[in-house]
Design a protein around this ligand. Structure first.
Ligand code: RIB
Ligand code: CA
Length: 321
């Protein structure tokens, strides 16, 4: 199976801060011909934007997807100072796994302008956010017309009952740029969130790693190295039998929404708190009377998710060797 199908798939853009789980999400995308990836925009998050950009190029090259435009984006959040997560993803953002230097270069033009141009040219496109929301927020500020053209936004972001990860009650993507998240969440967009409440149930256990070890070729080797490193940190931190696989949940939801469930609720971003700036406040029981502005996913068929992941990445790995 090739990763580029003949029939046009669902047009999507991926904004990302690779990042180990971002890398797996990109491989899942490349292995899924239902998705027509129009471009990748990179943002500062897990590591600085020069590294997230380099990593995105390397992942595209590893998967033989040199056709995908990659545009470098914002180097820092809207207002806060950049916080990165090398302890989780490795100094280079990809577990310091040796990969060939990318021959691909980022396309000319800032990610924000590529987002604007692509959305204006592709009414109904889906924007997938796998990192801090800085690029999309700046695009909405620079060109508000894009809001009417965006079909939907699907974001790995937020923590409600899950207790946070990078800080109590704070999920990393929201914590890095809460002001950008506020711009996106108040723009009247069709937003679906995959928060920690969902992703902390999607754990790459030893049994799952054993399946990764069977994936062939350079894709299999990279995926095993990335998931082995990523899981070690989170297993120790959470005392769980595996590390949560956050960002691939966004792509899996696009492919198989039947594997997930959740509820449309009102979600606010707390910008005022000194204690938890960027906390996602979710009105799960409708006590505020506020209109829902997001679909919050909180349940997954975990076995079904991993079957999909291994089916798609396995097909990509077999095609690439
Ligand atoms: O909190 C997890 C999220 O932050 C994931 O997207 C991870 O890649 C980091 O960006
Ligand atoms: Ca990410």
């Amino acid at each position: 199976m090739t990763s580029q199908s003949s029939s046009p798939g669902r047009p999507i853009l991926i904004d990302t801060d690779p990042g180990l789980d971002d890398a797996i999400a990109l491989l899942l995308t490349f292995g899924s011909p239902e998705l027509d990836l129009r471009g990748i925009t990179t943002v500062a998050g897990n590591v600085p934007v020069d590294l997230t950009t380099r990593n995105a190029l390397q992942i595209c090259e590893l998967a033989g997807r040199t056709d995908i435009p990659v545009h470098a984006g914002c180097a820092r959040p809207l207002l806060r100072q950049l916080e990165t997560a090398e302890s989780v993803h490795g100094d280079n953002g990809l577990a310091d796994v040796p990969l060939p230097d990318p021959t691909l270069k980022p396309r000319p033009g800032h990610a924000v302008d590529f987002l604007i141009d692509t959305v204006l040219a592709t009414p109904g496109i889906t924007v997938c956010l796998l990192g801090p929301m800085t690029n999309l927020a700046v695009a909405l500020i620079k060109e508000p017309r894009i809001a009417a053209n965006i079909g939907s936004v699907v974001a790995m972001a937020g923590s409600f009952f899950a207790g946070g990860n990078s800080a109590p009650a704070l999920e990393f993507n929201m914590q890095v740029d809460p002001h950008a998240a506020h711009v996106v969440m108040t723009a009247g967009l069709d937003v679906t969130l995959a928060p920690l409440d969902l992703t902390h149930s999607v754990l790459t256990t030893d049994a799952q790693l054993a399946r990764v070890a069977k994936l062939p070729g350079r894709i299999g080797r990279a995926a095993l190295a990335w998931l082995s490193f990523y899981g070690a940190h989170d297993r120790k931190k959470y005392g769980t039998p595996g590390g949560p696989l956050h960002d691939p949940c966004v792509i899996a939801w696009l492919l198989r929404p039947d594997l997930f469930s959740g509820k449309r609720v009102a979600v606010d971003i707390d910008l005022k708190s000194d204690l938890v700036p960027g906390m996602t406040v979710m009105d799960w029981w409708g006590t505020t009377g506020k209109s829902p502005n997001a679909m919050v996913l909180n349940r997954a068929d975990v076995d079904g998710f991993y079957d999909l992941l291994f089916e798609r990445i396995g097909a990509l790995a077999a095609a690439i060797q």
